[in-house]
Every structure is written in C-alpha cells, then in structure tokens.
Design a protein around this ligand. Structure first.
Ligand code: ATP
Length: 242
C-alpha cells in the first residue's frame, strides 16, 4: 500500500506573465490523504488546477500511476484516473441527482501493479452520501449549496478515480455536510483512494489528512505529518495564521 501514485517535481505555473507556482515537489502514496495548506492566494487552487492540466502555461514533471502526464490534456488525465472537484460546484442543475450521478459513470480501472482499483456504483455511493439517497429524483437546482457540493464529489467518484483533487471541501458548507465530507474522505482512504485537498481549515485537515504541504507565495515552505504541523506553533502562526 505504500506505492507512489503521484510524484511531482519542479512544478511551475503561470497565469499570463505572472509566475504563480515555483518548483513544487510533492508525492502522494496510494490511500494517502495529503492536505495543501496556506493562506488565501498562497497557490493551493492553482496547484490542483495545474495537476489537472487546467493551467495552460506550466512546466515540471508530473508522474501519475507510473506515467508522465505533464503534457496530457485534462480529459486524458481524467481517463487515467485523476478526479478533480473544483471549488465552484460543477453539476447539471436541470438534471436530477440520480441523472447527475449516471452522467459521471466511467469504466473501472486497475492499479499500476495490476489489481482492481476501487469502483463505485450509485448504490455504493449512496452509502457514503446518505443525504443524497433521500433526494435521488430531485432536480439539482433544488438542492442547498452543501448538497450540491456533495453531489459534485459523488459524481466525480462515479468516474472511479484513483486519486481525487479536492478544492476546499469544507468551505462555506453547513457543519453536518462538513462532517459527511470528512467521513467520505476517510471512507475513500479505507478503499485505497488517494486524496489531495486544498484546505484552510486546520481542524478539518487534521481530522482527515495524513500529511501536509504548506504553501506560501507559490512555494512549499513546510512539509510534515499532520500531527507535526498541528504541534508546530511557529509554523502554524507564521504560515496559517492560527
Ligand atoms: N485566473 C487567474 N489569473 C491570474 N491570477 C490568478 C488567477 N487565479 C489565481 N490567481 C493568482 O494566483 C495566486 C494563487 O491563487 P490561488 O487561487 O491558487 O490561491 P489559493 O491558495 O488557492 O487561495 P484561495 O484559498 O484564496 O483560493 C494569487 O496571487 C491569485 O491572485
């Protein structure tokens, strides 16, 4: 289970002429939950977008599932098993919950070593997201923001990703949904799915993540286990303001 799923070396990204990410190195193992932390504007969302191939100007090496994907288009990365849940919700508001889930369906995958990677059916997902089970026939535009966020995650899982990039899952959602989101992340981890989440909420990250990379002005300034970060007052105060 300690197989390296994602290995990033020297990742740079630019928006136009503005250089945003500076030589990031990071690694994620199978079944590991890794938090990208840092203040507003530190570069967390840009890191996830760049890993998904959504930032046009970028450089560096990104190895995923044993393949170099730095030049791959976003849909090619998705086909290889990289899932992405953006900060803004991406669902079809004129479809029902069930239809949204069915639209996301992709074939099951194999781990680089050959074994079957986790794959999801609607029924299996409804165990993870019990509140969606109660509203399967509801149109998505009749859901609360937090419920739409859950649906976005569930729809991404229907694509059977091996690694999910999750942008600020706890932001702006009700406490009950935050709790479900945490339980969902821990359940995915138990299945061997890896997660990279961008997060400003330290208690949430401490609940779900194994390790953290702290970003400051587009550079990794600290990398440690979640327990070490929580226990390091100086780093917390300097880079997270908590
Ligand atoms: N589309 C864009 N065009 C130009 N600059 C951008 C764009 N998106 C983000 N930036 C800039 O890139 C830097 C990193 O932003 P990013 O959104 O990655 O930070 P973040 O750590 O995710 O913060 P937040 O929690 O506020 O989303 C910031 O200086 C931001 O202003």
């Amino acid at each position: 289970m300690d197989e390296l799923l994602l290995e990033v070396q020297g990742l740079n990204a630019w928006y136009g002429a503005a250089h945003i990410l500076f030589g990031l190195d990071l690694q994620v193992r199978r079944g590991e939950v890794v938090a990208l932390m840092g203040r507003n504007g530190a570069g967390k969302s840009t890191t996830l977008k760049t890993l998904m191939g959504l930032v046009a100007r970028r450089s560096g090496s990104v190895r995923f599932m044993g393949r170099e994907i730095a030049r791959a288009a976003p849909h090619e990365r998705a086909r290889l098993g990289l899932g992405y849940v953006p900060e803004e919700r991406r669902i079809f508001t004129d479809l029902t919950v069930l239809e949204n889930l069915q639209v996301g369906r992709q074939p099951p995958r194999k781990w680089p070593g050959g074994g079957a990677a986790p794959s999801w059916s609607v029924d299996a997902l409804l165990v993870l997201f019990p509140n969606l089970a109660e509203m399967l026939q509801r149109r998505a535009d009749r859901m609360s923001g937090g419920e739409q966020q859950m649906l976005t995650v569930a729809r991404t899982l229907m694509g059977n990703p091996c690694l999910v990039l999750l942008d600020e899952p706890s932001e702006g959602v009700a406490p009950a949904i935050v709790e479900q989101m945490a339980q969902m992340i821990l359940a995915l981890k138990r299945q061997g799915v890896s997660i990279v989440l961008s997060e400003q909420n330290l208690p949430f990250a401490a609940w779900v993540a194994d390790r953290a990379y702290v970003l400051e002005k587009g550079q990794i300034c600290y990398a440690a286990s979640m327990g070490e970060l929580v226990g390091n007052d100086a780093v917390r105060q300097q880079y997270l303001g908590v």
